[in-house]
Design a protein around this ligand. Structure first.
Ligand code: SAM
Length: 250
């Protein structure tokens, strides 16, 4: 097995694929007003689909849930069926870089912790094309929370995601790409710890025992632990910001 296989084994055992929580999904969703009775939604980089299901619980609409990793889509499908939401949740295995939807298709586009895979600005442009007039966008993005960043944290982000910006720079991007910003808020610490890193720590401990003599696997888990440590040390300096915006009617 290769490094990515161990990474995916770890991630498939987690409740979700990144920081987030249902309260924050609902809080962001409440900014959306005057929605059609059955809106069409797109969830980009849905992963296990925790937020997809929360969206399905909060609307009577249909959600196309897009990801490139089929086992995540299978988990979503299974959970949607369990909750009898299967008819309104449509998993789609397609890259966000190759989306084949017609322009102005969606009432709402959602993306928690994933739009950056196509570059945040490029992702905003693509969402703008795919949204109907006055359509809504809900997106989380990694941000710097302070103006002065410790050198070792800066080095971490330079390697992981050099495009990370502060909140105001992201707001400017959103506005420059033809959206009106309706609101934004920082995800609470618990959506990193309780929802993501605590379960990750538990699973890493289990997998480290399972793969105790496998250097490749142990390296993957070490990298994940390094990321947890970065958050434990520097959580005052960075976070995920939820941005909620509406396509301007131009
Ligand atoms: N939104 C989920 C959540 O908050 O739990 C998952 C977030 S996870 C950080 C990012 C997701 O983006 C992963 O499920 C990954 O498979 C997916 N992804 C990565 N590159 C992608 C691409 N090119 N097209 C579609 N999805 C992609």
């Amino acid at each position: 097995m290769e490094g990515m296989d161990y990474f995916y084994e770890l991630f498939c055992s987690l409740p979700r694929g990144g920081p987030g929580d249902n309260n924050s999904t609902r809080k962001a969703f409440r900014y959306l007003k005057n929605l059609p009775s059955e809106p069409l939604l797109l969830d980009i980089g849905c992963g296990h689909g925790v937020q997809t299901l929360e969206l399905a619980r909060n609307t009577k609409g249909t959600i196309i849930a897009l990801d490139t990793y089929q086992p995540f889509l299978d988990i979503l499908k299974q959970n949607a069926t369990k909750e009898e939401l299967g008819a309104r949740v449509i998993p789609k295995n397609q890259s966000m870089l190759e989306m084949d939807f017609a322009d102005e298709t969606f009432d709402i586009i959602w993306s928690e912790g994933a739009l950056y895979f196509m570059g945040f600005q490029n992702g905003l442009k693509r969402c703008h094309q795919l949204l109907k007039k006055n359509g809504y966008l809900g997106v989380t993005e990694a941000v710097y929370l302070k103006s002065t960043i410790p050198v070792s944290l800066k080095e971490f982000w330079d390697e992981e995601y050099p495009d990370i910006k502060d909140i105001n720079s992201n707001i400017s991007l959103i506005q420059n790409e033809g959206f009106e910003l309706l609101g934004h808020f920082t995800l609470p610490t618990s959506s990193w710890t309780d929802e993501f890193y605590s379960p990750m720590k538990t699973q890493i401990n289990r997998l480290k025992k399972k793969y105790h003599d496998n250097t490749t696997a142990l390296q993957v888990f070490d990298e994940c632990e390094k990321e947890i440590k970065i958050y434990d040390t520097y959580s005052d300096y960075f976070g995920y910001e939820f941005f909620i915006a509406q396509k301007r009617n131009e």
